[in-house]
Design a protein. Structure first.
Length: 250
């Protein structure tokens, strides 16, 4: 089995790559930080699987197309694609928002996911076999204050999962939309641009999900019998009821 995970240099993507390696899958791992990709490659190879690292920015359409359309023959039969690369940039009301942040989120979370899927899905359709797992978010199901563009970008992922499922139906391809609540990764450090206090406050007073929790859920979705698909899955910390309601101990 070959699994391709975008954004595998940290957080959910890294944990997911490791979880699939634990199942014996060969891994294609991508990200912009090549030093981290090389470190991950060594860790995965120690689990006796083969690893191909691809160092590109999902926002760069040409780079995505050139890299993924020239996969070595033995890596072309991608069984599972985890569209995970993504981010939130900033947390501001729309009237104060930074359009550069908006573009980064839209270009990464929506357009990047589309560029990668556009190259990998035809390979799956040709083989009439495959599973795409799109990492959406609770933010794709509900909106919250100061998160408008991130929420909109993830709502687009939700709708793309629904429409991909229709388009891929005749080819027997599974499409799963996975929507986590709060997961403690580098996500908040990225969102708050290195402000450790704001990042830490996000998870204060409750136990958030770990990247491994999400990875295990992805493994569950990917190991069901061929006739069973999880279309849409929302997973939350027990201390989180919805996008905005948390039970914090202090
Ligand atoms: P991390 O910041 O830990 O990981 C994000 C990953 O995405 C990194 O590997 C990063 O790699 C990659 N990435 C970001 N931008 C690009 C880009 N332009 N090109 C290629 N790769 C990119 O955060 P998470 O693991 O938490 O996030 C993973 C996904 O999960 C995201 O889609 C996020 O929206 C979603 N999510 C996160 C939640 C959370 O609470 N943490 C909850 C719900 C969903 P690199 O920087 O090396 O390029
Ligand atoms: C990340 C979860 O609630 O911070 O997608 O938007 S949230």
């Amino acid at each position: 089995m070959i699994t391709l995970v975008t954004g595998a240099t940290s957080g959910i993507g890294e944990a997911t790559a490791k979880a699939f390696a634990g199942l014996g899958h060969n891994l294609i791992v991508t990200g912009r930080r090549n030093d981290r990709l090389q470190k991950l490659k060594k860790e995965l190879e120690a689990l006796n699987v083969e690893v191909l690292t691809l160092n590109f920015d999902v926002r760069n359409r040409k780079e995505v197309e050139t890299t993924l359309k020239s996969l070595p023959d033995k890596w072309q039969e991608v069984d599972i694609l985890v569209n995970n690369a993504g981010l939130a940039a900033g947390k501001e009301p729309i009237m104060n928002g930074n359009p550069d942040d908006w573009e980064q989120m839209i270009d990464t979370n929506i357009k990047g996911l589309l560029y990668v899927s556009r190259t990998v899905l035809p390979l799956m359709c040709a083989r009439r076999k495959g599973h795409i797992i799109n990492i959406c978010s609770i933010a794709g199901k509900e909106v919250y204050a100061e998160g408008g563009v991130y929420c909109a970008s993830k709502a687009a992922v939700d709708f793309l999962s629904k429409s991909m499922r229709i388009d891929a139906l005749p080819y027997g391809i599974k499409i799963t939309n996975v929507c986590p609540g709060a997961v403690e990764t580098e996500f908040s450090m990225v969102r708050f641009k290195g402000d450790t206090q704001k990042a830490a406050a996000t998870y204060k007073g409750f136990k958030p999900l770990t990247a491994k929790d999400v990875a295990q859920t992805i493994i569950y979705c990917s190991t069901l019998p061929p006739h069973v698909n999880i279309n849409d899955l929302v997973l939350m910390p027990t201390a989180q009821a919805n996008a905005t309601t948390f039970f914090r101990s202090e």
